[in-house]
Unconditional design. Structure first.
Length: 381
């Protein structure tokens, strides 16, 4: 049996990523195997390495992947939504659910499944056959509970590698739009005439920017302390950017947003995408009374942030949404958004700022943690 290489996290610690080789199995009935074309480095993997998000170890991480089908198991002929599937097609995957936990049986929110399956994040430890349950590797083994999606034609590998971050951004947009969209005739909810502030211009913040632009928003202000990231935001289409190193207090940044948007009451929609508690606190200061705030940056426990329940929340009468993971329905929307972004010339593939080989994954994770790259890092076998 041929063997394939991978990078695994043996135990907690950023220095515990090691190369490994495992048997590569043919797909059983209902399963698919795929060769990795590229996998994005994600901050969640850094958090896992520090023990901030529990996973069974040793783990094969890597969940922001795209690749080509190498074999289809018996009774597999299409992707999740029915597109014909053959060897060589570019695919990716979404979150799978167990179907029997309390959340699966009692709510439509399959992203809250207690036994969630996601390639490279929540799943089976690497030593367990069929081994390739993560995409810091040569291949992935896709079991029946994992929804597989075929990419639309015309996307580059770099653009396809952004599918998972763009899927996160797609659900962020859906959460924001849930804020009374059916009452827009009455001046409620979120629409494209409004002013959006994104805190954080890392890969997720930039993906949110792309999704908002595709949906027609124009007045978008991005806040980030790394100037190189702000340059990417401008290139993608942000109306304006703010660097906290230059506008050095929250109060000044709030006033600057009002000046940039021409709206004296503050931003209509604010999305926090930094994963830093101070940014969570700041987001409440930017959102206007009656506005909408989506918090999606904190997938692990990075500490507390103090808000004033009266001034920041109750008196403002705001809609405030949390955001955890995503669903297969978000992937379906995501792929349509990516195709549209390509059609209208948004260079979202440029969010991939550095490419490296899979053997360099441990080094690339450290570069990501130190924010030494102004965008996404993609690794390939």
């Amino acid at each position: 049996m041929a063997k394939g290489k991978a990078i695994i996290l043996e135990e907690i610690g950023m220095d515990k990523f090691k190369p490994a080789r495992y048997d590569m199995y043919d797909p059983e009935e209902g399963c698919i195997t795929a060769k990795i074309a590229m996998c994005g480095i994600c901050g969640t993997d850094v958090h896992v390495a520090h023990g901030r998000l529990e996973m069974p170890l040793p783990a094969m991480l890597g969940h922001e992947w795209c690749g080509t089908v190498t074999a289809l198991g018996k009774n597999v002929s299409t992707d999740y939504v029915g597109n014909p599937l053959k060897v060589g097609d570019y695919v990716t995957s979404a979150v799978g659910r167990c179907g029997h936990c309390w959340f699966c049986r009692n709510t439509p929110r399959e992203n809250l499944c207690e036994n969630i399956s996601l390639i490279g994040l929540w799943g089976t430890p690497a030593p367990v056959p069929k081994h390739f349950y993560g995409a810091y590797s040569e291949m992935v083994y896709l079991e029946p509970q994992v929804p597989v999606f075929k990419f639309p034609e015309g996307l580059t590998i770099e653009e396809m590698c952004m599918a998972e971050p763009m899927m996160v951004a797609t659900r962020v947009w859906k959460r924001a739009m849930a804020a009374g969209q059916n009452c827009q005739f009455d001046g409620e909810g979120v629409d494209v005439s409004q002013h959006l502030v994104i805190l954080g211009s890392g890969p997720i913040g930039m993906s949110i920017l792309v999704v908002a632009l595709v949906h027609g928003m124009k007045s978008i202000v991005v806040i980030d302390p790394i100037e190189e990231r702000l340059e990417v935001a401008k290139k993608l289409g942000a109306m304006a950017t703010i660097n906290p190193k230059e506008v050095d207090t929250i109060e000044k940044r709030v006033e600057r947003v009002k000046e940039l948007t021409g709206q004296p009451v503050g931003a209509d929609v604010v999305i926090e995408a930094t994963g830093e508690p101070p940014a969570f606190v700041e987001a409440f200061k930017h959102v206007r009374r009656g506005g909408t705030f989506v918090e999606m940056g904190h997938y692990t426990d990075t500490g507390d942030g103090t808000v004033n329940p009266h001034h920041d929340f109750t008196n403002k009468d705001i809609q405030c949404f949390g955001m955890w993971a995503h669903t297969k329905y978000d992937m379906k929307t995501d792929l349509a958004i990516m195709a549209k972004a390509k059609d209208i010339g948004i260079p979202f593939g440029d969010i991939i700022a550095k490419k490296a080989g899979i053997d360099e994954t441990p080094e690339m994770l450290k570069l990501h943690e130190d924010r030494k790259v102004p965008g996404k890092i993609g690794v390939s076998p």
